[in-house]
Write a protein that binds this ligand. Structure first.
Ligand SMILES: Cc1cc2nc3c(=O)[nH]c(=O)nc-3n(C[C@H](O)[C@H](O)[C@H](O)COP(=O)(O)OP(=O)(O)OC[C@H]3O[C@@H](n4cnc5c(N)ncnc54)[C@H](O)[C@@H]3O)c2cc1C
Length: 465
């Protein structure tokens, strides 16, 4: 696949979208058009839908598509809306579990379930590829050439890995001494390699941002440190974290804390490294400005793009295939009947399951409001919540939003899980989350005490620590 040009080292490629572009639904526009007498007729398709059933099509049956479909099914009676979910396969992977596969703590088959079974009754599930959207026609073209018309489209096609965009990455050494744990196959192959790795240079490299779960590569470093110590070979392994950022993480307080934790564990931090080439045969990462980091075993998080079907959809996505989206309403900035959630959205927020979940609550409310012709709810505040596994049966928790960076304290209130602090309780929370994912988050149930907006209670300014 031909990808966008990354040679400039544009690691911060998230787009900031204009606020407050709350489009009216098309039938509302058509009433106005009729009153104006300009005869644009944009409401014809939706007027039919008011008489019959609303047609809601959801692209992607991963975290976002599944929870949105289940919440929408609860919000609309089966006589009010037809809901169709399209995904190319029937294997739903709990992606946070991929972190644990290389260390033999779980296996791909233990974190994978059939997609269709995660959907409530009354949802039409199609296992086929999406070729493209024709947004001006409000039509989805499927890989077999058939089409689906919609009144509302929900784009939840996620992000795809683009290892082929980095010179040499998939060349000699790929899946032999150069791995990624971001796919089930890669994570399983890395488990084999790590099991016998007992000396040399282990390098963890983020090629470019945005990536899914930006803390996952740091978690990998912490777990690798723990794993190698457990095996009694840590003193024979040099562990290095190589990132395009100017610190361990993007947010200053968390970056300081995480950078300190790398140093405590004797993990070298190499910053502002924009990987231009991976020389698998020679064991070298080479940056665009000709710096080199040698390795014996490399764990690489490749560049991410939006889904290729979005690139093929005229006027829907940006040059990377992410969909420009209003950051508070989750409505596409170009097409009012399109709503976007999860990794597919071009938003200044982490690509994370927690984000997808919080966005989902607002998105479902807005699909409802849009179809009723009401003003949209602009309450999504960029809430992110993330457990960071730190090894030795501990984890840290961070909670932040567009305006507030991760702060110490407790979540979700004055009493709760410790923030920005390693604890066994957080580790248990991280492990428990898999159960919550399958049984509560995906089915679209509300989690007690957890809301889409970020809680401020329980948080302290960093200086007060
Ligand atoms: C290693 C790893 C660890 C992670 N850890 C965490 C964590 O600890 N906490 C956290 O909050 N998040 C974590 N995440 C991120 C989280 O998994 C994602 O952000 C979340 O799954 C995004 O949901 P989504 O619905 O946007 O995308 P996905 O769940 O990826 O779903 C996208 C779906 O779209 C489908 N699709 C795409 N294109 C097409 C097409 N053309 N035709 C048909 N179907 C298509 C795909 O098959 C896929 O099923 C992690 C991710 C990884 C990889």
């Amino acid at each position: 696949m031909e990808g966008p040009d990354r040679k400039k080292g544009e690691f911060d490629s998230v787009n900031y979208t204009p606020r407050g572009t709350n489009f009216l639904p098309r039938d509302e526009e058509s009433h106005q058009a009729e009153e104006r007498g300009d005869g644009r007729g944009v409401g014809v398709r939706v007027r039919k839908a008011w008489c019959d059933m609303h047609r809601i099509v959801i692209l992607g049956g991963g975290t976002g598509g599944t929870l949105a479909a289940n919440r929408l099914r609860k919000a609309f009676g089966t006589d009010e809306a037809g809901i169709t979910v399209v995904d190319r396969d029937d294997a739903h992977v709990y992606q946070p579990g991929l972190l644990f596969v290389p260390f033999g703590l779980t296996h791909p088959e233990d974190i994978t379930r059939p997609r269709g079974r995660q959907l409530r009754g009354g949802i039409d599930y199609r296992t086929t590829g999406v070729d493209r959207v024709e947004p001006d026609q409000q039509t989805v073209v499927l890989a077999d050439g058939s089409t689906l018309d919609y009144d509302v489209l929900v784009v939840a096609t996620g992000a795809v890995l683009a290892p082929e965009e980095t010179e040499g990455l998939t060349g000699p050494g790929w899946m032999e001494r150069v791995f990624t744990f971001y796919t089930p196959e890669g994570a399983a192959a890395l488990e084999q390699a790590l099991a016998t790795f007992d000396h040399g240079r282990l390098v963890v490299n983020v090629v470019d941002l945005p990536i899914k779960c930006p803390v996952a590569p740091l978690e990998f470093c912490f777990l690798a440190d723990w794993f190698l110590r457990e095996r009694g070979v840590r003193d024979r392994v040099d562990l290095t974290y190589v990132t395009p950022l100017d610190g361990a993480f993007t947010k200053p307080v968390a970056s300081d804390r995480l950078g300190g934790m790398l140093a405590e564990r004797d993990i070298e931090l190499v910053t502002e490294f924009n990987t231009g080439e991976v020389d698998g045969a020679g064991g070298r990462l080479i940056s665009f400005d000709d710096r080199e980091v040698p390795f014996d075993l490399a764990v690489v998080v490749p560049a991410h793009n939006g889904a290729p079907c979005i690139v093929r959809s005229d006027g829907l996505g940006d040059e990377f295939g992410f969909v420009p989206t209003d950051e508070h309403t989750l409505q596409s900035t170009s097409h009012p009947e399109v709503f976007v959630l999860g990794d597919a959205a071009s938003l200044p927020v982490s690509k994370a399951g927690s984000v997808t979940h919080f966005e989902g609550e607002v998105l479902v409310e807005n699909v409802h409001r849009f179809l009723r012709g009401e003003p949209l709810d602009a309450s999504y505040d960029g809430h992110v919540n993330c457990f960071i596994e730190t090894g030795f049966h501990k984890a840290m928790l961070i909670d932040f939003n567009y305006d507030m960076e991760p702060l110490p304290g407790h979540y979700p209130g004055d009493v709760g899980l410790p923030l920005l602090k390693e604890s066994h309780l957080n580790h248990l929370g991280k492990l428990l989350f898999q159960w919550v994912y399958w049984h509560s988050l995906l089915p679209g149930r509300d989690l007690p005490g957890i809301h889409s907006t970020m809680p401020t209670r329980g948080k302290r300014q960093a200086s007060a620590v």
